[in-house]
Design a protein around this ligand. Structure first.
Ligand SMILES: Nc1ncnc2c1ncn2[C@@H]1O[C@H](COP(=O)(O)OP(=O)(O)OP(=O)(O)O)[C@@H](O)[C@H]1O
Ligand SMILES: [Mg+2]
Length: 351
């Protein structure tokens, strides 16, 4: 299935390394892993390096609860690499798991996704971290392009295909036609910023200090982009800033929606601005056929409907919003020839 030399060189693997989640796919198998992009480590004692103690789900469970000397880090921040060493370590760990823990004699070819509109230096950091993580060759695909392929948009046709991917750190939009990007845009405002808005709201309205994990739970449980038919409440537990003691407060979906609204407006305005820059023939296709919404924040109740109302275009939400990018990379892994038209740059390991 992987060609005569596959055993020698390792499998072809795809990595969607996002701010919140790392999703791995393997040629011929599709998505095989989806875990938080978090690492836990023990801080360096004199001379020794940082000692990594957990990755992914296990590391995320430690966030905000670590004893002295232990820290958790999200090496990707706002879509780009913030901590090079830890990014390399995260990739190395998951590439090794994708190879069933067996270190192949060679190294895998890897396709990674990056945000659109990043600098060459930021893109090179992704390539170098992936080489550092054990790849033999690295191919780069822009995140919304991969998402468009993942959700099955006919991007090679002469028609306007619009994808909007709202993740944890970045919101990205692209219009594709004839296998190329016609217009794209991105904003370093997405799910994390929604969580931050809820942290602020709780602090200002209730003098309650909450962590980002709690804010995320509140958002996912009762957050919405539009008024909902029924009232919902969620018990938020945090620390009362007045006396420093633990406290629980019931919050309504209306309050959550109002707090999220400024963040959603910024994202929707970015999409509007992109539509305005789209050539008329392609904009007409989008007005007819709609845009596709992907990324984890597409799961926010009513977001698709809200975008549709504000921008007057039909909106379809991806079936697997959290996996759309990796699904696209998996399709690219299966069609290397086709892939080469789509990819933006290639890095080779010097081995
Ligand atoms: N049910 C839900 N409602 C609202 N938001 C959700 C829901 N489920 C997940 N999310 C949000 O989706 C975001 C993660 O999405 P995703 O995995 O696509 O991001 P990412 O690819 O890691 O980040 P990026 O591409 O921006 O670097 C998080 O902010 C998370 O809180
Ligand atoms: Mg993403």
């Amino acid at each position: 299935m992987f060609g005569p030399f596959s055993g020698l060189f390792g499998k072809d693997i795809g990595v969607d390394l996002g701010t919140t989640n790392i999703v791995i796919c393997v040629k011929g198998k599709g998505v095989t892993m989806n875990e938080p992009s978090v690492i836990a480590f023990r801080k360096a004692s004199r001379r020794s390096n940082k000692e990594i103690i957990a990755y992914g789900i296990e590391a995320k469970a430690m966030a905000g609860k670590t004893p002295i000397g232990v820290e958790t880090v999200q090496p990707v921040q706002s879509g780009v690499i913030g901590d090079f060493e830890m990014t390399g370590a995260l990739i190395r760990h998951f590439l090794s798991l994708a190879n069933n823990g067996i270190r192949p004699m060679g190294h895998p070819r890897v396709i990674i996704s990056t945000p659109v509109d990043i600098t060459e230096v930021e893109r090179k950091a992704f390539i170098d971290a992936t080489l550092d993580g054990g790849a033999r060759e690295v191919y780069v695909v822009e995140e919304p392009v991969a998402a468009a392929i993942g959700v099955g948009l006919p991007i090679d046709e002469p028609r306007g295909n619009m994808i909007v991917d709202v993740g944890g750190g970045t919101s990205e939009v692209a219009v594709l036609s004839l296998s190329g990007v016609v217009v794209s845009n991105s904003l370093r405002v997405a799910g994390d910023e929604m969580d931050a808005a809820l942290i602020n709201m709780m602090r200002q309205n209730y003098t309650l200090s909450i962590g980002s994990a709690t804010a995320g739970e509140l958002k996912n449980a009762i957050g919405s982009a539009l008024p909902m038919n029924s009232e919902k409440e969620f018990e938020v537990r945090g620390r009362n800033l007045k006396d420093g003691l633990p406290k629980g407060i019931r919050i309504s979906n209306t309050e959550v929606r109002e707090a999220l609204n400024p963040v959603l407006t910024r994202i929707i305005e970015m999409v509007r601005e992109t539509l305005e820059r789209t050539p008329p023939e392609l904009a007409r296709d989008i007005a007819d056929q709609g845009l596709v919404l992907s990324g984890g924040a597409a799961l926010l109740e009513g977001l698709g409907k809200r975008i549709s109302q504000d921008l007057k275009v039909p909106v379809l939400t991806a079936e697997r919003p959290l996996l759309a990018v990796a699904d696209g990379i998996a399709k690219l892994l299966d069609r290397f020839d086709y892939m080469k038209k789509i990819l933006v740059s290639v890095g080779h390991g010097v081995r």
